[in-house]
Write a protein that binds this ligand. Structure first.
Ligand code: B3K
Ligand code: ZN
Length: 848
């Protein structure tokens, strides 16, 4: 398959009004009979269907007649029935194919996961189930019959009938085939119901393996909250009689929004205090919400083609972020989201894989489910909302749902509803969708006679294939603080639209301190020359929680980059952070976020950004030293926090309890640098929840004292896959860098390293990649180990291999020795015969 271009989009020359599927399940020989009701829209068009080369075509008829064999052509992933064999009016195409779910290790299409039949069709998996127009702009109703002796048989829409061995489903909402799903297995449900505001009673089920029911309640509660929130905030109701969620162990990503039948990676459904951390609970709540919200943003309104992926993903991420802000702390959520954006999306934007939120070409669409499409896609919507205001946003969204319900829409459609609802011209704003790269904005201040002038200069570094980067619309939220820390001017949003611009603030009695990019009002890098004293002032006084946190972050990064390049760091950060964490009335979650030092990867990114070559070992040492200095400077305070932040009573994953635990374990992490791991050892033994046990284990592993705790966990949870995933990943992640590759290699030898399971593979390989100085070992062993496994995985599951290859995406910024090793590893992958299109595209972009 060659490169696909957005510019080549053409509507499909047929309409499809109905799809009927009749599926007889068997592990090695499942039969799929499909009937498609088609009408040609352009005379003389051949009927071209997608279909994997592994589909065994058993029969094909047009209106019940077998066409002349010369009129049916199979070529690659394509089946063509030539126009001469087709009626000019409506007709029915019927096919029967045989497929082998047990042999499907790529987990795309219909596959078996531990005895459960399940499907994954987005983006182009349906073509591995039957011959079909596998493109999102072909939408139709589905009627599905499933034949199997397994007790639970599920598909999309509403149940029509159920008898032993057979179930029928009908989905009345036209949908593209990527939203099709089928599940069959020995499953049990945790059930509840939700009555929509117009009075529809919806049956809710979370289907899990027998014995896992007690771990599914939190997912159910999250679903109910999501359904209510989407009614309250967006006016969106659910539209079927039943909503099913199924947890499966083998899943390529987090979850999938199939209409009425969401399929989830079991790690995003199952949770109990002894097995899941606070972060797991928060993530389950947000992913359940995300998939549920797709029912309107994705399913009722879908994408015209896969270039428009951020239309549904950016918007749905934005909505799930709003939901979490409402359920928990908005300030904390914003800071967490910015951290994630910088760690994943800025990293992507600054390397060889940079692409715009709406790419204009790709080879393998599965390679574009990226932080740029998702998280930057959400940021762009946040900016839009800021620019048109909350009312403008609400009007535009109402218009979007009114105008496009039932459509396969584009980014142009999306921007047009904002233009029509608010009267604002968004031509320049559209660059955020079409241009890659993170804009850098330099801000400078001038103070004269009671007037403050802020001057800005924006530029965006070139990215692959895009050298010209014209100015964008950038909203910069700014506030001014007086010398005593009071806010002298409330937040004002400055709109940049040119390369250089200035804004005046008049009538000021004293020179204020500028709090800039409040709330992280745009996904940019803001550069300003600030001394440590001013940053410390902002950390102490800023009224905007993001800007306040950011001031602390900048202080920490300046200390860390200085230390990592052989300088002497001042003690400004250490003093300021001590003052902050002593503020008993400040949200413990905010204090925890401020106390956690930037990770090694983030320090490397900052150094690279400053034009220096990051040295992973020096960075590791610098971070370890600074942590130790903080611990020594504030030992009594940290120790008091550690003791006070215990959460009495039974474990609850709510935000307030989680915040206390977060601060407690942040303190533990620092104290562990100077107490020989004493507290961690005690905590690991007594804690009844996984949050504190994992935190304690990380401290012990860093010190090289993890063995007893690891053995205890193995003993207790050896048969719990999700806990064992953590067990694998934390060892690779927290190992001292010089041991990391050896630790990972030993883990890979274990019998329970079930590497074909995506979670287990990601646990180990992702764990090593997150060990910055370990993965980037100067002898190249981290790269070589990873390359070996990517090659092995690629033959089995290309999506997982391609995704994990992003471990290499920062390679060009390191020293010559490391670059040589990384390039050799990438070239070794590229030279593999039969390498998948997925991995080939990723690797060739990285070595281009
Ligand atoms: N839409 C799916 C992702 C599908 C990924 C295909 N490789 C999950 C989500 O974003 O909600
Ligand atoms: Zn999504």
């Amino acid at each position: 398959q060659p490169v696909q271009y957005l510019a080549d989009y053409r509507p499909w020359p047929f309409t499809l009004s109905e799809t009927r599927l009749d599926v007889t399940l068997a592990p090695r020989d499942t039969r799929v009979r499909a009937e498609l009701r088609l009408t040609p829209q352009q005379a003389g068009s051949d009927l071209v269907l997608d279909g994997g080369t592994e589909l065994r075509l058993i029969s094909l008829t047009v209106d019940g007649q077998q066409p002349d064999p010369s009129h049916v052509i199979r070529e690659g992933e394509r089946l063509t029935v030539v126009a001469a064999a087709l009626p000019q009016g409506p007709f029915t195409l019927a096919t029967e194919v045989g497929i082998d779910p047990a042999d499907n290790t790529a987990f795309e299409g219909l596959y078996l996961s531990n005895g459960i039949f399940c499907t994954q069709c987005e983006a182009e998996g349906f073509r591995h189930i039957t011959f079909y127009p596998d493109r999102p702009d072909v939408m139709t109703t589905f009627s599905v019959t499933i034949r199997s002796d397994l007790p639970v048989l599920l598909s999309n829409g509403n149940p029509v009938s159920k008898a032993p061995g057979v179930a029928e489903w009908h989905d009345p909402w036209p949908k593209p085939c990527y939203l099709f799903a089928l599940v069959a297995g020995d499953l049990v449900a945790v059930s509840d119901s939700f009555t929509t505001r117009s009075g529809r009673k919806v049956a809710l089920n979370v289907w899990v393996r027998p014995g896992d029911q007690h771990r599914a309640d939190f997912a159910m509660q999250s679903l109910i909250k999501s359904m209510k929130w989407d009614e309250d905030v967006y006016g969106r109701e659910y539209d079927l009689d039943v909503f099913n969620i199924v947890a499966v162990d083998d899943f390529n990503m987090g979850a999938m929004e199939n209409k009425g039948l969401n399929i989830f990676n079991s790690k995003l459904v199952l949770a109990s205090p002894e097995t899941a951390t606070d972060a797991d609970y928060e993530r389950i709540e947000s992913v359940i919400a995300h998939e549920y919200f797709h029912n309107w943003t994705g399913n009722r309104i879908t994408c015209r083609d896969w270039f428009q992926l951020c239309l549904k993903e950016g918007l749905t991420v934005f909505r799930d972020q709003q939901f979490t802000s409402d359920m928990r702390s908005a300030a904390v959520k914003r800071i967490e989201d910015v951290q994630a954006l910088r760690a994943r999306q800025f990293r992507e934007d600054q390397g060889p894989l940079a692409h715009p939120p709406r790419p204009d070409h790709y080879e393998e669409i599965n390679n574009f489910y990226t932080a740029t499409v998702y998280e930057k896609g959400a940021e762009v919507i946040g900016m839009l909302k800021r620019l048109v205001g909350n009312d403008g946003y609400a009007k535009a969204l109402d218009l979007y749902f009114d105008r496009h319900d039932g459509d396969a829409a584009t980014i142009e459609d999306w921007l047009k509803v904002f233009e029509d609802a608010t009267g604002r011209d968004l031509a320049q704003f559209k660059r955020w969708y079409t241009d890659a790269g993170t804009p850098v904005v330099e801000m400078s201040e001038d103070w004269q006679d009671g007037r403050l002038t802020l001057s800005f200069r924006q530029s965006t570094p070139p990215t692959p294939g895009q050298t010209e980067k014209p100015a964008r619309i950038i909203p910069i939220a700014v506030g001014l603080l007086g010398p005593n820390g009071d806010e002298v001017a409330g937040t004002r949003v400055l709109e940049l639209s040119e390369d250089s611009q200035s804004f005046d603030f008049d009538g000021l009695s004293a020179r204020p301190v500028v709090s800039a990019l409040r709330g992280f009002s745009a996904p940019i890098i803001l550069r300003r020359d600030l001394d440590d004293a001013t940053r410390a002032f902002l950390l102490a006084h800023d009224t905007d929680p993001f800007a306040r946190w950011e001031a602390g972050r900048e202080l920490a990064l300046s200390a860390l980059t200085t230390l990592a390049t052989g300088g002497e760091a001042g003690s400004s950060y250490i003093a300021s952070i001590g003052a902050l964490i002593a503020e008993d009335q400040t949200d413990p979650a905010f204090r925890a976020l401020s106390l956690n030092l930037p990770g090694e990867e983030e320090i490397a990114t900052r150094l690279a950004y400053l034009g220096q070559t990051p040295d992973p070992d020096a960075i590791h040492t610098a971070r370890t030293d600074l942590a130790r200095r903080i611990a020594s400077a504030h030992e009594p305070l940290l120790s008091r926090i550690y003791d006070e932040m215990t959460v009495p009573g039974a474990y609850s994953p709510d935000a307030v309890s989680a915040a206390r635990r977060a601060l407690r374990i942040a303190a533990l992490g620092l104290l562990g640098r100077i107490d020989g791991g004493e507290r961690a050892e005690v905590l690991f033994g007594v804690a009844g929840n996984m949050t504190e046990r994992m935190a304690a284990l990380a401290v012990l592993l860093r010190l090289g004292h993890g063995a007893p705790a690891l053995a205890a966990l193995l003993d207790e949870f050896g048969d719990n896959r999700l806990v064992m995933d953590k067990w694998f990943s934390i060892q690779a992640m927290a190992a001292p860098p010089q041991d990391a590759v050896a630790v990972a290699s030993a883990l890979a030898e274990r019998n329970d390293f079930d590497w074909k399971n995506p979670n287990r593979f990601r646990a180990l390989l992702g764990g090593l990649a997150a060990n910055h100085a370990g993965f980037h070992s100067v002898d190249g062993s981290g790269y070589a180990f990873t390359a070996d496994w990517l090659i092995r995985m690629d033959a089995v599951n290309p999506q997982i291999a391609a995704r994990m290859s992003t471990a290499f995406e920062t390679w060009p910024r390191y020293d010559e020795m490391r670059r040589a090793h990384a390039r050799a590893a990438l070239e070794r992958i590229a030279s593999v015969k039969g390498l998948s299109r997925n991995t080939r595209e990723m690797v060739s972009r990285m070595i281009a």
